[in-house]
Ligand binder design. Sequence first.
Ligand code: HPA
Length: 233
Amino acid sequence: MTTAHNQAKKGQIAETILLPGDPLRAKFIAENFLEDVVEFNSVRNMLGYTGKYKGKEVSVMGTGMGMPSMGIYSYELIHFYGVKNLIRVGSCGSYQDDVKIHDIILAQGACTNSNFASQYELPGTFSAIASFELLEKAKKIADDKNYKVRVGNILSSDIFYNDHPEVWKKWADIGVLGVEMEAYALYANAAKAGVNALTILTVSDSLVSQEATTPKERETTFTKMMEIALELA
Ligand code: HPA
C-alpha cells in the first residue's frame, strides 16, 4: 500500500514514529541515533526511515510545517500504515518569562486558531490533549535522566507572521507556554483514531525576550529531547 505522499509499503513503518517538522532532521536522527536503517519514503523529499534504537524498532519521518501538512502525514501513518504512537519532536517560541531558550516542553494540551477540528462537526470546541500514557512515560524518562521539562499547554498556530504582532500576549495571559504550528492536528487525528500522540518541544526562540538559539546550541538540547522521545519506543 502506498499513498500519494508516502511510497512505503505496509509493514515498513514501525508502530512508534518520531515526527520532526524538518525532513533533514529525520535523516539526521536516523543517521545518528538508529541502527539498521532503511529509508521508506522520499516523496516530496519528506524523508522517512525505520531502524532500531536499543534493539527496538522505531521510525522517524518529517511532517513539514503547519497543520495541513501534519494532518496529511499523521492521518496516513495512522490509517494506512497502522502507526500507534506518534511523537512530534519540534521547536517552539516561548510565551512566558520563565520558559527559557533550550527548555524542553511536554505539550499536555494544544490550543489553536486553526479550523482543523471543524471537520468533526462537534457542537462545541475540541480540546486537543496528549496521550496520558506517553506523557507520563516521557515525564518519568526526563526525571530519571535529570532533564528538566515543563508540562503544559501550547498554541498550535496557523500564522507565523501575524498582522497583530502583540496578539500572543492574550495566549500568554491564560497560561499558554509557547507556540508551534502542528500539535493540534496531530492530537486531533490521534484522538479520532484512538491512537497515542505526544508533542515534545525545545524552545528555540522567545517572544518575551526576543532571543533565539544558535544552530550549535540547538543541537545540544535537541539531543536531550531525542533521548526522551526514543526511550518511548
Ligand atoms: N512561532 C511559531 N512556530 C514556531 C516558533 C514561533 O515563534 N518558533 C518555533 N516554532
